[in-house]
Write a protein that binds this ligand. Structure first.
Ligand code: DON
Length: 573
């Protein structure tokens, strides 16, 4: 079948044969195309997560005879308690699994779904302009949560222990409390006003209306009760029982639009992960409704045409930035929920398409994004969401990125439940071409529709070579994909788990047309060289909270690295 894809520059059409793309051309861009299998099982298990208490929960479950999938439930639920700013019962996410017994890779899509009463223009005023904060704060911003369904799904289909056993550590943490720590404290400080609008949130996360001191014990009896209900009755109890009624009543009383059937209709969806190849590595990554895998694979395909090892550091940054610019641009135009829009995924991830994109990249100057498509905005800070990675001794693995979107999601806790509801509705294109909280723009592919899942950047990923394995992911909104890309490149260049998570990073997302860099990511000479190529550069604050596990097949060495920008730990057991 002949396929033609319009190039973003709109003048070029790239054509090729889809059957050939999967084979000959794909392997010309990469050295290995077969699944890589380790010679032996890992002698160690490892967990990297954003909070030590979540590692402990996972370790308890592994010690109790659970596998990586049971541990993933325990880690997720513990994070819901100790990192309520970032993910939880009121949110959703993606779980990328590898089951060692049959070698299967599985992508569990537990992304939140829009309620049935959601409409394309629900956040717009009479003039068609977005109403400030409506898609980001309060229960109208919340889509139907997927995390509780994912936990029940993992326990039932992949785990070895009952859901109630894997949820036990989180229930204890919610009831007995945990100590306030700096990252959460700064999140609360940044959101005091929103907390004050949700009495149920203020009750647990403010002390006399003030931000709790470091070390203050945070207990969440309502959340403990919600988790117990889930532990006792499974997904059924969350999506259909009295708890569901409590959620729906609370949401509707506060101006939201959820109904009982929105909750009872919710399902996790198993999807085929995307698989691509780069320099001999097999990349197993996230399909839509994540945009991450498509952008990651397109970026790597574009890069595969350059000799990065021989290039100067300025040219390396130039090629990487241009690749990201082009790949992020297509995200805006094409991608959305696969159950609602058809997308040219095979084309966007094909080496032939990338070759067309590469042809338009000049070695001597930055491509202005305005040549690709105009729009502009600034990025809003807010490193929430969370990622964790798990490897068990049997070789099962999990890369999970889970979220309630912005800090504390909608900032609103459903009365009596202790559950912060997400504000994932803001990940839709609220108005065509209007940037969301991460300055991402989108078109009709990502417009709001009943039951639709908003396009995400979350990119849990496995990378396998003949030498070893990388399990990687991070929060960071639109910057997730560029961070994962740089993590993959770093590991393929020989970086250890700690080096991957600590490396200073750059970011370009097509619009705004700016190359952002962390302090220390670029030298003065590199900045000068990039300016000479026409880049608009800006230093920005630290981003990401990457959690990585590596396994070297030759030596058997398993490493777990937690991003030093966060509070997490990587532990090998
Ligand atoms: O799914 C997404 O792409 C966003 N909801 C992720 C949000 C996130 O990573 C927040 N961190 N800055």
């Amino acid at each position: 079948m002949m396929l033609c894809v319009r190039h973003p520059l709109r003048r070029i059409f790239v054509c090729g044969c889809s059957l050939i793309l999967g084979g000959a051309l794909a392997s010309s861009a990469s050295l290995a195309s077969t699944q890589v299998a380790p010679a032996a099982l890992p002698q160690k298990a490892a967990i990297a997560s954003a909070h030590p208490a979540a590692n402990q929960a996972g370790q308890d479950i592994l010690a109790a005879g659970g596998n990586a999938f049971d541990a993933a439930v325990a880690v997720s639920a513990a994070l819901a308690v100790v990192e309520p700013s970032s993910s939880g019962v009121g949110g959703g996410g993606f779980y990328l699994l590898h089951r060692q017994s049959d070698g299967r890779d599985i992508f569990v899509d537990a992304r939140e779904a829009a309620p049935a009463a959601a409409t394309r223009d629900m956040y717009l005023d009479a003039k068609g302009a977005p109403i400030d904060e409506l898609s980001r704060s309060g229960p109208l911003a919340a889509a139907i949560p997927g995390e509780p369904a994912a936990w029940a799904w993992l326990a039932e289909h992949y785990g070895r222990l009952p859901l109630s056993r894997s949820l036990a550590p989180a229930i204890r943490l919610a009831r007995d409390g945990f100590a306030m720590y700096p990252r959460l404290q700064s999140g609360i400080r940044y959101n005091v006003e929103r907390m004050q609008h949700s009495p149920e949130a203020a009750k647990r996360f403010l002390i006399n209306g003030k931000v709790p001191e470091i070390g203050a014990v945070i207990r969440q009896p309502e959340l403990a009760h919600t988790l117990e209900t889930l532990a006792r009755g499974g997904a059924e109890a969350f999506y259909r029982g009295p708890l569901a009624k409590q959620l729906v009543d609370g949401v509707r009383r506060a101006g939201g639009i959820w109904t009982q059937s929105d909750l009872s209709d919710y399902r996790v969806v198993e999807r085929e992960p995307l698989v691509g190849h780069y320099q001999g590595a097999r990349i197993v990554t996230s399909p839509p409704p994540s945009s991450g895998g498509v952008v990651l694979l397109d970026t790597l395909n574009i890069l595969s045409g350059y000799d990065l090892k021989q290039a100067s550091s300025v040219m390396r940054t130039h090629w990487l930035t241009e690749a990201m610019r082009h790949a992020y641009r297509d995200r805006a135009e094409y991608l959305g929920d696969p159950d609602f829009v058809s997308m040219p995924i095979d084309e966007l991830t094909s080496p032939l398409y990338a070759a067309g994109q590469r042809n338009s990249i000049r070695p001597d100057r930055a491509t202005p994004s305005s040549v690709l498509r105009p729009i502009g905005a600034s990025l809003r800070d807010g490193p929430t969401t969370t990622h964790f990675s798990v490897l068990d001794r049997e070789g099962n693995r999990v890369a999970a990125t889970i979220s309630i979107n912005l800090w504390f999601g909608s900032g609103w806790v459903a009365p009596g439940t202790g559950v912060f509801l997400n504000d994932t509705m803001d990940d839709f294109s609220v108005a065509m071409g209007t940037p969301n909280a991460f300055a991402l723009v989108g078109g009709s592919a990502n417009a709001i529709a009943p039951h639709k899942r908003a396009l995400s950047s979350m990119t849990p990923t496995f990378v396998e070579t003949e030498q070893g394995l990388l399990i990687i992911g991070t929060p960071g909104g639109s910057t997730i994909i560029s961070m994962v890309t740089q993590g993959v490149l770093g590991w393929l260049n020989g970086q250890s788990a700690d080096q991957v998570v600590s490396a200073r990073r750059i970011h370009h997302q097509y619009l705004p047309d700016r190359l952002n860099y962390e302090p220390g990511a670029l030298s003065a000479e590199e900045i000068q060289g990039l300016k000479a190529l026409g880049y608009d550069l800006a230093e920005w604050s630290t981003r990401g909270n990457m959690q990585v596990i590596t396994w070297d097949y030759g030596s058997g060495l398993v490493q777990a690295g937690a991003d030093p920008r966060g509070f997490g730990v990587g532990l090998v057991y």
